[in-house]
Design a protein around this ligand. Structure first.
Ligand code: KG4
Ligand code: ZN
Length: 364
C-alpha cells in the first residue's frame, strides 16, 4: 500500500498506543496509555502448534498470526473499554524475526493506521525486550546495564536512554535460550526447551551434595564480557552418548548441572559489566530472564554488591505486545513536539527487517 495522507498529530503528551508483536511464534496485542500505563494486553502462543515439529515452522507461524491478530485486537479494546477511534498511534515490531510473520503484524498495523489516519512507529523487537522491565512498578532509571537473554540473543549492554545502547558483550556462537533449547532436545524434552529443562532441573537434590556431573563454564574467566554456549551443548551430547540408558535421574542431574553452568556464567558476566561501567543498576530481559535459577543467582550477587536488579514480570520476559506498545510510547514521548508536528505527511508503505542490529537504532 502506498498512499500519502495528511493528518494532525495531537500535541497532547497523552497518547493511546496499540502495540502489535508478530516476529516469531507469539501474536501479542496491547494498549498502552502514556498517562495511565498498560490498559490491556492479549497473547496467543503457537507453542503447541509447533511442538510436534520440534521448533518453529515459519509458514505455519505466519498463517496463525493472520488468524489471531484481529480477534486479539478486539479483545484488548474490549478489556480496556476503548474504541478503535480512541487509538492515537500504532507501534509494531518491524524486525528482527521471521519475515513472513513480521509481514502479518506490519501490514495489519499499517492498514489499520491508514484507515484511522494515525501515525505508526516501527519498533525493534529487542528494544521492546530491553525496555520491558520499565513497565513494572518502581522502574529503574537510566543509565543501567542490561542483560538480554532470548532465543536468538545473549548480550550485555550499557543503556543510557531510549536508543542509546552500547554493546558490552555478545555471544560468539549460540544464544543462551538456543543452548537451553538444544540441550533440552538432547535430553528428549519438548519445545521450547528452556522452561522444560528448568522444570526438570528442579527435581534435582544435587544442591545438597556434590554434583554428579561437571560441565565447563565457557569464557568464565576470559577477561571480556562475551559468551559462548555451543561447547556446553557439545559437552552435554558427550554425556548423553556415554549413558546408553538415559534414565530420569541422569537427565535430571545433567539438566541441573547445565542450568548451573549457564546461570553462573551469565551472573559472573553481569557483575563484571556492573564493575566495568561503574553502574549499580542491572535489568534482565528476554525469555531466559524468566529462569528462576538465574534470578536466584542474580538477586544474591547484586545484593552482595549493593546493586539493584530489575526484571519484567514473568509473562513479559517472553514475546508480548505490551513491550512493543511501551517501546513505541517511549519513542513517541521522547520525540520533541516540534518533530511530531512535522510529521504531517505520512506514507503508509511498509517493509520488514528480518535482520536488524540493535546498534543501528538512534535516540528519537
Ligand atoms: O524472548 P523470547 O520469548 O524469544 C526470542 O525473542 O527469542 O525467548 C525465548 C527463549 C527460548 O529459547 C526459551 O527456551 C527460553 O527463552 N526460555 C527459558 C525459560 N523460559 C523461556 N530458558 C530458560 N528458563 C526458562 N524458564
Ligand atoms: Zn523475543
Amino acid at each position: 500500500m502506498r498512499n500519502n495522507s495528511t493528518f494532525t498529530v495531537h500535541p497532547s503528551p497523552f497518547m493511546l498506543i496499540l502495540g502489535v508483536e508478530s516476529s516469531c511464534d507469539e501474536t501479542g496485542l496491547a494498549l498502552y496509555d502514556t498517562e495511565r500505563g498498560l490498559l490491556a494486553h492479549a497473547l496467543h502462543s503457537q507453542v503447541e502448534m509447533h511442538a510436534e515439529y520440534g521448533g518453529v515452522v515459519p509458514e505455519l507461524a505466519s498463517r496463525d498470526h493472520i488468524r489471531r491478530v484481529l480477534p486479539l485486537t478486539e479483545r484488548v479494546l474490549k478489556d480496556a473499554d476503548k474504541k478503535l477511534s480512541d487509538i492515537d498511534a500504532i507501534a509494531y515490531t518491524q524486525g528482527p524475526g521471521l519475515s513472513g510473520a513480521l509481514l502479518v503484524g506490519t501490514s495489519f498495523a499499517e492498514s489499520l493506521a491508514f484507515s484511522l489516519q494515525i501515525p505508526t512507529i516501527c519498533v525493534h523487537h529487542l528494544e521492546g525486550h530491553l525496555l520491558a522491565p520499565l513497565l513494572e512498578d518502581n522502574p529503574p532509571a537510566f543509565p543501567f546495564v542490561a542483560l538480554l537473554v532470548s532465543g536468538g540473543h545473549s548480550q550485555l549492554m550499557r543503556v543510557d536512554g531510549i536508543g542509546q545502547y552500547e554493546l558490552l558483550g555478545d555471544t560468539l556462537d549460540d544464544a543462551a535460550g538456543e543452548a537451553f533449547d538444544k540441550t533440552a532436545k538432547l535430553l528428549g524434552l519438548g519445545y521450547p526447551g528452556g522452561p522444560a529443562l528448568s522444570k526438570l532441573a528442579e527435581l534435582s537434590h544435587s544442591t545438597h551434595g556434590k554434583p554428579r556431573f561437571k560441565l565447563p563454564r565457557p569464557l568464565l574467566n576470559s577477561g571480556d564480557l562475551n559468551f559462548s554456549f555451543s561447547g556446553l551443548k557439545t559437552a552435554v551430547l558427550t554425556l548423553v552418548n556415554t549413558h546408553t540408558d538415559l534414565d530420569l535421574q541422569t537427565k535430571v542431574d545433567i539438566a541441573w548441572e547445565f542450568q548451573e553452568a549457564v546461570t553462573e556464567v551469565l551472573t559472573t558476566k553481569c557483575m563484571a559489566a556492573l564493575r566495568e561501567t561503574g553502574l549499580d543498576n542491572l535489568i534482565v530481559s528476554g525469555g531466559v530472564g524468566a529462569n528462576s535459577k538465574l534470578r536466584e543467582k542474580l538477586n544474591a550477587a547484586t545484593k552482595r554488591k549493593l546493586c539493584k536488579v530489575s526484571y519484567p514480570r514473568l509473562e513479559f520476559c517472553t514475546d508480548n505486545g505490551a513491550m512493543i506498545a511501551f517501546a513505541g510510547a517511549m519513542r513517541f514521548s521522547a520525540m520533541r513536539l516540534q518533530a511530531m508536528q512535522q510529521i504531517n505527511e505520512i506514507d503508509y508503505s511498509f517493509s520488514v527487517k528480518p535482520r536488524w542490529d540493535l546498534g543501528e537504532l538512534k535516540a528519537p
